[in-house]
Ligand binder design. Structure first.
Ligand code: ADP
Length: 488
């Protein structure tokens, strides 16, 4: 699939440190999850390379932070234009290494690029304040200054957008960055870095440490332990987030964490069921269920339970599974074998505890060696099932039934996670009651998809710290300084 790029020079396989492409002392393979085929071998950078990248970023910082906001904004805007001009190629690279359907991959390029556009604009609005003096011989001011060298550790499910959502606000605020992309999807990250170079982002301001799983762990330790790195932004599992937090305690690092979710999707008796079915389908099966905001648990009120299950199963059975490059495919492969094993474990557990399969239920081995799993719906789900507690991160929809509004709220909140939640209702009182009662950072009401660049994305409880995107998205990348000026 990579032979068809319009611009083959976007296919980079080396890391980027201080504006130089670095081959590394070893390499690791990247595979196509739809076919198992090797796509490329990529530089496996080391902890020493991480030290070099941190030093390069720190050296590049003074010149970057003293550019005017408008100068930084113009460079970011150019990067945005290049990302969009290369949408097809970036989408192609992404589908090849990540598996999501090509139209969905191109959608992610546009979504990811939109953060660069947004923060190019926000760069010019990082305003300080003047405060009323408590003594007329003084003047009181608040400055916002870039926090310093930032590190970003990103996942494979959004190989482009999770980079731009972190890097664009950092660059806008005047911070240099060191990025450690996911080992399963480094090619998209490297192409994005190549376009950053072409946009004129100076040497050392944006560095990329491609690395395999073992070196990623070692590099993570270096980034956390460094006194120079002032901020770490991570998107990934709660388990790894906890490790990074613990490792960052000795240097009291600021952190933005976007961790696991266990999103509930509640359908009340008064909902528009056809709309709920469409929202449920979009929310569950996008990216083959591999997003942290994908619904994990469906709660449907008794009066509409049978209707919802019947219509939802029928909708799910229309989905086409296959190689993301094939026209009309809605669901690609899962990222790796372990992901498929986890989905099967959750489905088998649900069946063993009395769940009824109404769609799918097993691996699609007819599609060759890729990790394809049937879009699956299991009715009669209960609280003792694994899927009630753990994030499945795959195309499995368990459907629970409930009687009262309070019962649904309690079930939805019975988790340590608190990222996205969804519910369907046409009752305005209920909409306010339930929105306020859900312990989640984001609530979708009568919608199944809610992310965009100018809204605050993030979670509560063990789903993370901080908000990405929106005007709040800059906050984590600036320090607030109070100036107290006397002798006026
Ligand atoms: P996912 O569950 O999405 O695969 P992970 O949390 O395992 O997410 O990985 C997300 C990112 O975190 C990847 O870039 C991966 O290389 C990195 N990572 C995984 N384990 C560690 C670790 N112990 N230290 C630093 N980075 C890690």
């Amino acid at each position: 699939p990579l032979a068809q790029l319009n611009d083959p020079s976007l296919l980079k396989t080396d890391g980027l440190i201080n504006g130089q492409w670095v081959a590394g002392s070893s390499r690791f393979d990247v595979h196509d999850p739809a076919t198992g085929q090797k796509l490329a071998d990529v530089a496996n950078l080391s902890p020493q390379d991480a030290e070099a990248a941190i030093a390069a970023a720190n050296a590049a910082w003074p010149a970057w932070k003293t550019k005017t906001a408008k100068e930084r904004s113009i460079i970011l805007r150019k990067w945005y234009d290049l990302l969009m001009a290369n949408q097809d190629d970036l989408g192609r690279i992404m589908t090849a290494e990540q598996g999501k359907p090509f139209p969905e991959a191109k959608g992610e390029v546009a979504y990811g690029a939109s953060f660069v556009e947004w923060f190019a604009e926000e760069a010019k609005r990082i305003n300080g304040e003047t405060l009323p003096q408590f003594d007329n011989s003084r003047r009181l001011l608040v400055l916002k200054q870039p926090i310093g060298v930032c590190a970003a550790i990103t996942p494979w499910n959004f190989p482009l957008a999770m980079i731009t959502r972190k890097v664009a606000p950092a660059l806008a605020a005047g911070c240099p960055v060191v990025i450690k992309p996911a080992e399963l999807t480094p090619l998209t990250a490297l192409a994005v870095a190549e376009l950053a170079q072409r946009a004129g982002i100076p040497a050392g301001v944006l560095n990329i440490l491609s690395a395999d799983a073992a070196n990623s762990i070692a590099i993570g330790k270096v980034l956390c332990a460094s006194d120079v790195v002032r901020h770490i932004s991570f998107t990934g599992s709660t388990e790894v987030g906890r490790i990074l937090m613990a490792q960052s305690a000795p240097t009291v690092k600021k952190m933005s964490l976007e961790l696991g979710g266990n999103a509930p999707f509640i359908v009340f008796d008064d909902a528009d069921i056809d709309s709920a079915v469409e929202g449920a389908f979009a929310s569950k099966y996008r990216n083959a269920g591999q997003t942290c905001v994908c619904t994990n648990r469906f709660y449907v009120q008794e009066g509409v339970y049978d209707e919802f299950v019947t219509k939802f199963a029928a909708r799910v059975l229309t989905a086409k599974v296959g190689n993301g490059f094939e026209a009309g495919v809605n669901q690609g492969p899962l990222i790796e074998e372990a992901a498929l094993v986890k989905v099967q474990r959750h489905v088998d557990d649900a069946i063993a505890k009395g769940g009824q399969v109404v769609a799918g239920g097993k691996r699609l081995s007819s599609l060759g060696s890729g990790q394809f799993f049937e879009p699956t719906v299991v009715a009669g789900a209960t609280a003792d099932m694994l899927c009630a507690r753990e994030e499945t991160f795959g195309p499995f929809a368990p459907v629970f039934s409930f009687k009262t509004e309070q019962e649904a709220i309690d079930a939805a909140n019975a988790t340590e996670f608190g990222l996205a939640s969804y519910f369907y209702s046409r009752d305005v009182g209920r909409i306010f009651r339930v929105s306020e009662a859900l312990e989640y950072g984001m609530v979708g009401i009568n919608v199944g998809i809610l992310a965009t660049e100018h809204v605050p994305f993030g979670g509560v409880k063990q789903s993370g710290l901080g908000r990405e995107g929106s005007h709040y998205g800059i906050d984590d990348y600036v320090e607030i300084k109070y100036l107290c000026l006397g002798d006026i």
